[in-house]
Ligand binder design. Structure first.
Ligand SMILES: Cc1cc2nc3c(=O)[nH]c(=O)nc-3n(C[C@H](O)[C@H](O)[C@H](O)COP(=O)(O)O)c2cc1C
Length: 372
């Protein structure tokens, strides 16, 4: 039984399984293993300086001749990064005082200083993608501006856009995206939307309800993301009309993922109810494992700094937590599928296992449906 879908034909991959280009987690080692097993691996381009991104692409090409992708966030808060000078004094003080509680516990210097402005990297990263021509450009958290899709197509690059609403799926398809990734509310990581809604609700529709609506709304292949970690999830997504699945959380807990050990350990130990949707980690809505940082921040009612400045302000806390092996103050993006993840295999084994399980699920289906 093959699992060939329109996605496989379009991207020239063997199996309709895509590994998310997770920031700071998906490097060449992870991508190459996924590609070797017949899936589509995607390199993380978020916050990667252009020369490093180019090196990552070259390294991937040295290790595999199979198709792979490069992921970038196109969020407006990065283009250019928001100027920290625009933050009101009172907001800055409120956020820093909250972070100072964590700093004191970790024994690092407290501060009420304004964070430095982040480097402006997105346009340079897009240039690297266009120069290097990876087979797939995977865009998230923002809009494909007019011309960018054409630039990709002229160079033979397929464009995959991740959205979390039906309306955004229509817009991305009308903008020329070759593949739409429908991100359900179960998904780990940031909600794929531009800007920041006052509440995350509209971007957290579950995949079971979102996916068939996106499939009905667009003509291009749709990939399901969120809550999928095994062969049952693949078959369910295909039954709902998807042409493939994209997994994040499952690949965090693999040998080749760059996630630190404390994070992988928490993923392996956590149940699905352990995640929360929070803006305290980065300033944008994201699903992550709840810990003392996310809980106490929410309970305090302290202000959250603007998108991504919150992350840079908290970075010293995260780095100290990492150094001290303290997962309570470290950001650990993960989706509700975390409760399905109990082992630490190689990334290629994840792809192979999902296909094996999906075959077993399909052959058991007739027995499960009793005719009366
Ligand atoms: C740790 C982590 C980091 C992520 N980073 C990114 C990213 O940089 N770019 C992106 O497009 N999606 C990112 N995502 C979201 C995934 O693309 C995807 O929507 C999600 O992982 C699917 O749900 P799942 O986690 O249940 O598999 C991330 C997800 C996780 C868990």
């Amino acid at each position: 039984m093959t699992f060939r879908t329109t996605l496989c034909d379009l991207l020239d991959i063997e199996y309709p399984i895509v590994q998310s280009g997770m920031g700071a987690i998906a490097g060449p080692d992870l991508v190459v293993e996924v590609c070797r097993a017949g899936g589509l691996g995607i390199l993380a381009g978020l916050n990667v300086p252009p020369d490093d991104l180019r090196r990552m692409i070259h390294r991937t090409r040295e290790l595999t001749n199979r198709p792979f992708g490069v992921n970038l966030w196109l969020h407006r808060a990065l283009r250019p990064p928001i100027d920290p000078d625009a933050i009101r004094e009172e907001t800055l003080r409120g956020a820093q005082e909250m972070l100072n509680r964590f700093r004191q516990r970790l024994g690092i210097p407290t501060t009420i200083a304004r964070p430095a402005r982040a480097p402006d990297l997105v346009d340079a990263a897009i240039k690297v993608v266009l120069d290097e021509r990876p087979p797939v450009f995977s865009a998230a958290l923002g809009w494909l501006e007019p011309g960018l899709v054409d630039d990709c197509h002229r160079r033979g690059i397929k464009v995959m856009a991740m959205v979390s609403t039906v309306e955004d799926a229509r817009t991305a398809a009308a903008g020329g995206a070759d593949v739409i990734v429908a991100q359900g509310g179960e998904a780990g990581g940031h909600r794929s939307i531009d800007g920041k809604p006052a509440s995350p609700d509209a971007t957290t529709v579950g995949i079971m309800a979102l996916l068939p609506q996106v499939v009905d709304a667009v003509r291009v292949p749709v990939v399901a993301a969120g809550g999928i970690a095994d062969g049952r999830g693949l078959v369910a997504a295909l039954a709902l009309g998807a042409s493939g699945v994209l997994l994040g959380t499952r690949f965090v807990a693999t040998r080749e993922s760059m996630a630190p050990e404390l994070y992988k350990k928490r993923v392996l130990e956590s149940e699905s109810g352990a995640t929360t949707v929070t803006d305290a980690l980065s300033g944008l809505w994201a699903r992550a494992l709840a810990n003392r940082f996310t809980r106490e921040y929410a309970e305090s009612g302290a202000p959250v700094l603007p998108p991504l400045i919150q992350r840079s302000a908290a970075n010293d806390v995260y780095m100290a937590a990492l150094k001290q092996g303290d997962a309570e103050y470290y950001p650990m993006m993960a989706g509700q599928s975390v409760g399905l993840v109990r082992d630490l295999p190689g990334a290629g084994e994840v792809v192979e296992t999902i296909i094996r399980e999906a075959r077993a699920v399909l052959s058991a289906l007739p027995e499960r449906i009793r005719q009366t």
